[in-house]
Every structure is written in structure tokens, then in C-alpha cells.
Design a protein around this ligand. Structure first.
Ligand code: C2E
Ligand code: CA
Ligand code: CA
Ligand code: CA
Length: 277
């Protein structure tokens, strides 16, 4: 109210209070979320845009909180990273996704590869490689069907990260730099890190009418290809973007245009139809 005067600091800020309360709620809720079966995975197609065939799928984590409802991973993953809970959550994701893919393979459905997001904190655990190896053994999934998506921020720990990436390569697991181009170290990361795939960030794909974005996409695809890396674009929503990407020799894509992330049961329909995108 006016009579409070302008020198009256507002000590109680309801917005900040609500935000802190929500964060605390998320942090507490994440404990035990695995045991309470609150997590599930959605699967989104990855497409060879030259042939229209689905070649892979990315597993994306979903969390249903009893009071908050569906919480976006963009909101709860950072919290889980902060608290360290991401380590056990990430292990659950990898195991569940590998089991699912193996099930589809066993059922004779078309073979596609699986991408799983790995957070930096998880990647840098001492027993990360052992964890991946164990899950591959337990689920009997051939390592060549697995790809791990990691952001370029792993470069901050260059020596350790390089070793882990080589260990994964020896295991037969492919690796991808996620959100490529958004970090500050992109080209250096490319030159240095032994990865197999570059994932062009959605922010470049959103507005491909912008000549600057086109130039970036073209350049990254050229560099990637000459370094023997596969290049995939994320966030494709329109046919026009596909045309542009193919024109610049970016062959692989992912986005709502081809399919939204959906639960396993629904994703199975794509596989059963062996449909073209
Ligand atoms: P990301 O790895 O960059 O994943 C792509 C995000 O873009 C996903 O959001 C996906 O649903 C969304 N997306 C895909 N195609 C389109 C499109 O055409 N248009 C638009 N507008 N969006 C599209 P989602 O599922 O909400 O995940 C957000 C972020 O949360 C992911 O970004 C990833 O960084 C993180 N995340 C999700 N699942 C996991 C996980 O299992 N582990 C870890 N560490 N992080 C995860
Ligand atoms: Ca990703
Ligand atoms: Ca992204
Ligand atoms: Ca990401």
C-alpha cells in the first residue's frame, strides 16, 4: 500500500518464498521418487531425413509428483544435479531404457539405437563406466545400440572426461555432444573430445530463416562431417526446416514434426508400423 512509503523494504517477498518452497518441495519429493514409481520414460524418434526412416530414439525422463503434478525435467534435473540425486536417478533411467529397447529387439521390432541423457555430475562418478557396463550386462543389450548424450561442459575436466569417453568407446557405446553450440568451448570440445555425434541445439534450428543460423548450421555440419562425426538437429517442427537442413547436408533430425516424446506403449506403434516420417 501507498502509506508504506518508498523506504520501506519489503522483507517478505511472496514470489521468492514460493520459489524456494517449490524447490524444497521438489528436492524432498525426489527422495524416494524411484521407489514410489513416480518416474517414467518417454521416447522420441530420431530420423534419417534422407530416407524418412526412424533410426533411433531418445529417452526423456518424466516425473509425476503427487501434489505438484508433472514436473518438467528442465526444472527438476538441475535440482537433482545439485543434491547428487541425479546419480541414482540417472542409473534408473539407463537401466529402464536399456531394458525397454532390449524388449523391443527381442519382440522382433525394427532395430533402432537408444540415446540416454547423462548429466555431467553422473558422468564424472568414479564408477560411471562400471555402472554402464553392469547395466549392459544385466539387460543383455548390445553396447552398439547405446548412445550417451552429454553436454560440452565436460570439457572443464578435460583429462578425466577424455578418459571416460575412450572407455565408453572401448565398451562399444557411442557418445554425443548435446546442445552443441550453446557452450563457450564448442570448437575446442570438438577438436579434443573423442565423441561420435554432434547434436545441433534447437536454438539454431528454431529460426532457420535467419542467415546467421543457416551459416552456423552449415559450418558445424561441414566441420562435423569432415571430423567423421554424425550430425543431428533437434527441435525440428516444420517441413521447411527439413529442407534447409538437408540442403546443408545435415542428414539426421529429431523434433515434434516427426514425433513428440511419448510413453513406451505409444512409441511401440511407430516401431510396429515401421513407419516412414
Ligand atoms: P534435451 O536433452 O536438449 O532434450 C530435448 C528437449 O526438447 C526435450 O525436452 C524434448 O521433449 C524437447 N523437444 C524435442 N523436440 C522438440 C520440438 O520439436 N520442439 C520443442 N519445443 N521441443 C522439443 P524435455 O523432455 O522437457 O527435457 C528437457 C531437458 O531435460 C533435456 O533437454 C535434458 O537436458 C534434460 N533431461 C531429460 N531427461 C533426462 C534424463 O534422463 N537425464 C538427464 N540428465 N537429463 C534429462
Ligand atoms: Ca538430449
Ligand atoms: Ca537441447
Ligand atoms: Ca540438454
Amino acid at each position: 500500500a501507498k502509506e508504506k512509503g518508498k523506504n520501506n523494504f519489503q522483507l517478505y517477498n511472496p514470489t521468492i518464498h514460493n520459489l524456494l518452497f517449490r524447490k524444497m518441495n521438489i528436492e524432498n519429493g525426489l527422495r524416494g521418487a524411484i521407489e514410489k514409481n513416480q518416474f517414467s520414460l518417454h521416447y522420441q524418434p530420431k530420423v534419417d531425413m534422407r530416407t524418412g526412416k526412424m533410426v533411433g530414439t531418445e529417452a526423456l525422463l518424466r516425473w509425476e509428483h503427487p501434489e505438484l503434478g508433472i514436473v518438467s525435467p528442465a526444472e527438476f534435473i538441475p535440482v537433482a544435479e545439485e543434491t547428487g540425486q541425479i546419480v541414482s536417478i540417472g542409473e534408473w533411467v539407463l537401466k529402464t531404457a536399456c531394458e525397454q529397447i532390449k524388449k523391443w529387439q527381442t519382440a522382433g521390432l525394427p532395430l533402432i539405437y537408444l540415446s540416454v541423457n547423462v548429466s555431467v555430475r553422473q558422468f564424472q562418478q568414479n564408477d560411471f563406466i562400471q555402472m554402464v557396463r553392469n547395466i549392459l550386462q544385466e539387460t543383455h543389450l548390445d553396447a552398439h545400440f547405446l548412445e550417451l548424450e552429454i553436454t560440452e561442459s565436460i570439457i572443464q575436466n578435460l583429462k578425466q572426461s577424455t578418459e571416460i569417453l575412450y572407455d565408453l568407446r572401448v565398451l562399444g557405446v557411442r557418445t554425443s555432444i548435446d546442445d552443441f553450440g550453446t557452450g563457450y568451448s564448442s570448437l575446442y570440445a570438438l577438436k579434443t573430445l573423442p565423441v561420435d555425434v554432434i547434436k545441433l541445439d534447437k536454438s539454431f534450428i528454431d529460426d532457420l530463416n535467419d542467415p546467421a543460423n543457416q551459416a552456423i548450421v552449415k559450418a558445424i555440419t561441414e566441420i562435423g562431417t569432415s571430423l567423421n562425426l554424425q550430425v543431428i538437429a533437434e527441435g525440428i517442427e516444420e517441413e521447411q526446416q527439413v529442407k534447409m537442413l538437408l540442403k546443408h547436408n545435415c542428414r539426421y533430425g529429431q523434433g515434434y514434426l516427426f514425433g513428440r516424446p511419448v510413453p513406451a506403449k505409444e512409441f511401440e506403434k511407430h516401431l510396429l508400423n515401421n513407419r516412414n516420417f
